[in-house]
Design a protein around this ligand. Sequence first.
Ligand SMILES: [Zn+2]
Length: 159
Amino acid sequence: MRHRFVADRMLGKLSRKLRLLGIDTRYERYYSPAEVLKTAEMESLTLLTRHRELHAKALRRGVESFLLKSNDWRGQLKAVVMRFDIRSTDIKPFTRCADCNALLTRRSPDEVILLVPQYVLFTHNHFLQCPACGKVYWKGTHPDRILQTFSGIIPLNGD
Ligand SMILES: [Zn+2]
């Protein structure tokens, strides 16, 4: 993935969706606009924002910024996908924690025995865990739902 993002406070849902697609997206609920801009500047991230003033300020400082006009995450995600030409080959669903953006680590069933419901343990062999918050993900539930959610938003190969 070529693009790495930092999103402003108003874009919590969009940030979670981008992370679920494996796209590096910094977002902290407590970040002020100034902190968001500083993060973009220091770490060379592309700013995603709903604030016209913050967007203008970023551009003046030479920070790449994209102003989102839509109010809902679907419209926002569509706009990001189009603007940055994100394709299905760019996305890696379930490689990144939706809550904290950390890259997930593979875990065996034994390693998550106390962390997931028993029926999940009996029916799945592959687990992923966030090293930052400890949240456990497994295939079969989330990825299918995710890909369904995003169909129609992410262009398929060859489109
Ligand atoms: Zn996490």
